[in-house]
Design a protein around this ligand. Structure first.
Ligand code: FEO
Length: 394
């Protein structure tokens, strides 16, 4: 990817990772990008680096604009290795004595990653750094997405360098939101649901804080995906909605099946939910990736989960999914559990326990069927779905 001058004197020198398909458990069929930004002024600043393995490409991109040795300082907004993996190599190339600005936690975390002495310059929340006619302001954004995370705001250009915030796992030749249009929103939503949902309360506070500070923002430059320049408020508004976890009249029936019995139940329950006018989607765990399901969970009101009983417990795909969902802490959901069993039938109880621990309100008792449901039982599943549908509407 050639460097792109995003505004006079500021370049995206990052790289596209076209081939990554799994980003720590999140499916990325469209790849991702690791954005890094070069700001030219009396001093030259590099904001963030890229994943290890892409260092040469980053250095090549920088060299298309300026000799890397001329970089005066580096800002590390976030320690996670997709942004810092090439930091040691880049510092070696530009000069290890050059100042490396990061949050206080960033200094600790970078040391714990790289175990080498660099010229760390930890900054406080709100601290400014002038590089000529331009001034950076550092904003602590703990847990968006790690304890070390910060944003860097450039007031003269009204640009927010937002690290993981407002990002999308998307590799493309488009570099700006106006070049891709609405098609970017599902990627932004998936990113929020799988990376940031857990921190939704902190993001709401952060949006309030940025609003109170009255920062003028013309452009948001995240470290993944496209830059928001046409309408930065669109993604900020979406983050507000997603952080409040506002739900739609929508239900998901998430399940796996051994001999199709739990599948038959899932389809009958989904039909019953649909009969109440609720948008419902059966999601078979061996068809849908956990991260695509979580994207749907973000704005669903009901999460109905089904598992056959295997070896006195959950089917393994359900254990995987429930662990993943529990970690992301979805809010404002109702749910129910169902499943077929042969002789012991523990899975439904386990699902109910997990859903309760997540904070999902159970609106119907668990529904268990021994072996294969007959027509009468499928009618009962349908009615069970209708009750859930009414609860969604209620
Ligand atoms: Fe893109 Fe939390 O790293």
């Amino acid at each position: 990817m050639k460097p792109i001058e995003i505004t006079p004197g500021i370049y995206d020198v990052g790289v596209n990772d076209w081939n990554i398909s799994d980003f720590h458990g999140y499916s990325t069929p469209f790849g991702t990008s690791y954005n890094a930004y070069l700001v030219l002024d009396e001093k030259i600043a590099l904001i963030d680096t890229v994943k290890s393995g892409f260092a040469d490409e980053l250095l090549y991109n920088i060299s298309k604009v300026v000799d890397p040795k001329k970089i005066d300082l580096v800002i590390s907004n976030h320690t996670e290795m997709d942004h810092s993996g090439s930091l040691a190599r880049v510092m070696h190339r530009i000069g290890e004595d050059k100042p490396l600005y990061c949050s206080k936690m960033g200094e600790k975390n970078l040391q714990r990653h790289f175990h080498r002495k660099l010229n760390y310059q930890p900054v406080a929340n709100g601290q400014e750094l002038t590089i000529g006619r331009r001034t950076f302001t550092f904003l602590e954004t703990r847990m968006v997405h790690w304890p070390d995370s910060m944003f860097t705001y450039l007031k003269e250009d009204r640009i927010l360098f937002s690290s993981d915030g407002f990002g999308q796992h998307y590799a493309g030749h488009e570099k700006f939101d106006d070049q891709i249009g609405d098609a970017i929103m599902p990627h932004a939503k998936k990113y929020f649901a799988n990376i940031l949902m857990l921190y939704a309360p902190l993001i709401l506070k952060l949006i309030d804080k940025v609003t109170e500070m009255g920062l003028g923002i013309d452009m948001i430059c995240p470290d993944h995906g496209v830059i928001w320049r046409k309408n930065a408020s669109r993604i900020i508004d979406a983050y507000g909605r997603w952080s409040r976890q506002e739900s739609k009249p929508k239900a998901l029936v998430i399940y796996d099946t051994m001999w199709h019995s739990t599948e038959m139940m899932a389809n009958a329950i989904a039909s019953g939910i649909s009969a109440e006018g609720v948008d419902v989607r059966p999601m078979y765990l061996r068809k849908w990736h956990r991260s695509d399901i979580m994207t749907e969970v973000l704005d669903a009101r009901a999460v109905v989960v089904g598992s056959p009983t295997l070896n006195n417990g959950l089917f393994p795909t359900l254990a995987d999914f429930l662990t993943y969902m529990k970690g992301l802490k979805p809010k404002n959901k109702i749910g129910a559990a169902f499943g077929s069993y042969g002789w012991s039938g523990e899975a439904v109880k386990v699902i109910e326990k997990e859903l309760t621990e997540i904070g999902i309100e159970l609106v119907e008792p668990g529904f268990k069927v021994q072996y294969v449901p007959d027509g009468e039982t499928l009618d009962a599943c349908y009615e069970y779905g209708q009750k859930i549908g009414r609860a969604v509407n209620g």
